[in-house]
Design a protein around this ligand. Structure first.
Ligand code: NDP
Length: 331
């Protein structure tokens, strides 16, 4: 099996030298094990945090061990009745072409008509659920709310706009890093307006796109986006604090928003979340998403990088904004 390991802890932006490719030989299956050939690997922003040796909501990646993370593949050999040969499985064993482990680490998933298997890593899986949970349980979205989403053309963001609309939001505004992405926001992902945050100050562009202010902010970016959102959130506004990718590769902690006093003045609620604590909402999410998807109401894009040898390139590309929708590696 070809596997990618973390060889060294990156300082600032990761480089190829921080990773190593190794070959691992698996023996015969032990009782209770399965062997799975991966089809797609997920690369995700949270992985950057796990490369640092700091205490967080999940432990850091171990040096000299294979990078873990979401993946989807097919069972090739099995000693588990619940995981027959040929079944499609989701797991978290990460960056390897073949994985052989205890069957309990694998969840069998149904094939969805019209959906490539990679969508179980994207809009049908944890990224779609992040969008749903952030809007509902965290931001307490109300009918008619004006919503602003940063990172709106990414995996989570492209789902947020659509789900917000399906749940009855009023005006939905998004920001993204290129004119092509902004065109997709309004043309495909249900947004009413979008702007390119690289084309001018975020606050000016946000004011223009949401002249009556916003009621909900879904934050994927942090930094200047968060400061701008705090400036335009209406009284009683709510923010789902999902991520802050603008600072993930910074060598020093980025400065906080200068206008935190607006939280006091406007009675705002800023609530952070990590999806791992909301597993109990998975059935509710799946029920909604299965129906929306079957009805053709969910648009999606993914950027597919070919070959496990390019997993690091895919991860770096994600951090640089080279993806539209979900970034995945086709093994
Ligand atoms: P995306 O598909 O959104 O990919 C990352 C995107 O971030 C890039 O495409 C790029 O788009 C954008 N980006 C990179 N640098 C900057 C910057 N300096 N300023 C603004 N945008 C930037 O990834 P995900 O959808 O997987 O994740 C989105 C966010 O959600 C992340 O912050 C992630 O950590 C968080 N997350 C949180 C979860 C939770 O449980 N709380 C679960 C899953 C994700 P562009 O071209 O527009 O710059």
């Amino acid at each position: 099996s070809t596997q990618i390991q973390l060889a060294r802890r990156p300082q600032g932006w990761p480089t190829h030298e921080d990773f190593a490719t190794v070959t691992v030989a698996y023996g015969d299956l032990a009782p209770g094990q399965v062997r799975v050939r991966n089809e797609f690997l997920s690369v995700d922003p949270y992985m950057r945090g796990r490369m640092n040796d700091v205490k967080s909501y999940i432990p850091p990646f171990a040096l000299g061990e294979t990078m873990t993370g979401g993946a989807v593949g097919r069972v090739e050999e099995s000693t588990s009745d619940a995981h027959p040969v040929g079944s499609l499985v989701l797991h978290n064993f990460g960056w390897r072409d073949v994985v052989q482990e205890d069957a309990r680490g694998f969840r069998v998933v149904q094939e969805v008509p019209g959906a490539p298997h990679s969508l179980h890593l994207g809009v049908l899986g944890l990224t779609g659920m992040t969008a749903y949970v952030g809007l509902t349980a965290i931001a307490q979205l109300q009918e008619g709310d004006t919503v602003f989403v940063s990172g709106a053309a990414g995996a989570v963001g492209s789902a947020v706009g659509q789900i917000a609309k399906l749940l009855g939001a009023g005006r939905v505004v998004g920001s993204a890093g290129s004119p092509e992405k902004v065109a997709l926001l309004t043309g495909k992902y249900g947004y009413d307006a979008g702007f390119d945050y690289k084309a001018g100050p975020v606050l000016d562009q946000l004011r223009e796109a949401a002249p009556d202010g916003i009621d909900v902010y879904f934050d994927n970016v942090g930094g200047d986006h968060l400061e701008a959102a705090l400036a335009v959130l209406n009284d009683g506004g709510r923010a789902a604090m999902c991520g802050a990718i603008s600072g993930y590769n910074a060598e020093q902690a980025p400065p906080g928003p200068r206008n935190m006093m607006n939280v006091v003045k406007a009675g705002l609620t800023l609530k952070g979340f990590t999806l791992g604590n909301y597993g109990h909402l998975a059935p509710e999410f799946r029920e909604h998403m299965t129906g929306w998807f079957a009805d053709g109401r969910i648009a999606w894009d993914e950027t597919v990088v070919e070959g496990i040898d390019h997993a690091v390139d895919a991860f770096l590309g994600l951090m640089r904004g080279e993806n539209t929708g979900k970034m995945v590696v086709k093994v």
